[in-house]
Ligand binder design. Structure first.
Ligand SMILES: NC(=O)c1ccc[n+]([C@@H]2O[C@H](COP(=O)([O-])OP(=O)(O)OC[C@H]3O[C@@H](n4cnc5c(N)ncnc54)[C@H](O)[C@@H]3O)[C@@H](O)[C@H]2O)c1
Length: 336
């Protein structure tokens, strides 16, 4: 990040962030403001929280805080998107209904937020003449890719309404982005501070930490041999900024992960070990439950395209990222 930091502190852009009160969005807001950028942010608080924004802006100087504007708004409303994009250079679109199980429960809401909402943001960005639109896609578009690392050219095989919506966004972006830089980032499993510990739809790391902190067994769905490529949220921030600064025309997609995967059982071992070191307590071992509908078996990104074209270089090992996440978790008393 150091070299982007240098470039950004010498140039000031105006950034729009959707889903800013959420997990990834609040980290984008924080990092951009720390780099002395101007940020206008939007959220409708479907899953986002005011306290994420408070935490994201808590360490800023007064001057940095003055460059931040928040509007409560909904990406399902085109006028809200237009207001957000007015005078903006770069749009980082994170807002979405973010859950495979929830997309099965409510496929209509999933489509309204993740497809209609995406189109509103894309069309408003175009109408406002922004330079770049970077949007969060997902590794879910691949479905089960087998044990080999997923390449951007791998077959797409969505297995849930959520995955269908992200794939649909990519298809729309492909045919509607001739005159601006539009980049889809296929995030693998993102984790880090501020991932909602209270939501059953959250990522496995925060859910397990929450259960461990309250003395409950972490639940392992299936045999624990599912694999995932866990990427620390600050590396996702790096990818977004690099993609926005790409300065190309037209649409590209990139995998954003670490290029390494672990089984859920290995992940749990590492979490338990770190948690024990930090707290001196012996965490519960975990209970098994049946496989969940829509869960993919293996997931690992080939990140060579992002490395080559974006200069993306993940900086956090799983252990480092987990340590930071657990420290945050303990400092906030999260999950209790
Ligand atoms: N967290 C992950 O592991 C992961 C993996 C792959 C892709 N993604 C994608 O990354 C993006 C960010 O995910 P996150 O983990 O930060 O989720 P999150 O739920 O914390 O954040 C999503 C934010 O979008 C807001 N939002 C939802 N619908 C909205 C609407 N109609 N109008 C305005 N705001 C709305 C929510 O209130 C929330 O603040 C999403 O697009 C998600 O699909 C996340």
């Amino acid at each position: 990040m150091t070299e982007i930091f240098k470039e950004m502190t010498s140039k000031r852009y105006r950034w729009a962030v959707t889903g800013a009160a959420g997990f990834v969005g609040s980290h984008l807001v924080e990092s951009l403001l720390m780099m002395d950028q101007e940020v206008v942010a939007m959220d409708n608080f479907l899953s986002g929280r005011v306290k994420n924004l408070e935490e994201a802006t808590s360490k800023l100087t007064d001057a940095q805080r003055q460059r931040f504007k928040f509007m409560e708004g909904d990406i399902r409303n085109y006028d809200d998107c237009l207001a957000l994009c007015k005078g903006v250079d770069m749009v980082l679109h994170q807002a979405a209904l973010v859950s495979v199980p929830r997309s099965f429960d409510d496929p209509l809401l999933n489509n309204q937020c993740n497809v209609d909402g995406f189109l509103n943001v894309l069309l408003a960005a175009k109408a406002s003449g922004v330079k770049s639109l970077v949007y969060a896609s997902s590794a879910a578009v691949y479905g089960d890719g087998g044990e080999n690392a997923l390449k951007e050219s791998s077959l797409l095989n969505p297995k849930s309404p959520y995955a269908v919506s992200k794939m649909t966004d990519e298809l729309y972006a492909q045919v509607l982005s001739e005159d601006l830089n539009v980049v889809g980032l296929r995030y693998m499993n993102v984790y880090g501070p501020r991932q909602d510990p209270g939501s059953p739809y959250s990522g496995v790391i925060t859910i397990w930490l929450s259960r461990i902190a309250s003395g409950n067994e972490p639940i392992i769905y299936g045999d624990g041999k599912n694999t995932r490529d866990f990427v620390y949220v600050k590396d996702v921030v790096q990818a977004n900024i690099r993609a926005a600064l790409l300065g190309a025309q037209g649409h590209e997609v990139f995998n954003i992960g670490t290029g390494r995967s672990v089984t859920l059982l290995e992940l749990l071992d590492t979490i338990r070990d770190l948690y024990q070191r930090k707290t001196g307590t012996n965490p519960p071992e975990g209970d098994f439950a049946p496989f969940r509908k829509g869960d993919v078996r293996f997931s690992k990104a080939d990140i060579s395209k992002a490395k080559e074209l974006l200069g993306y270089d993940p900086e956090y090992s799983l252990r480092e990222g987990l340590e930071k996440t657990i420290e945050w978790f303990i400092s906030k008393g999260a999950g209790k």
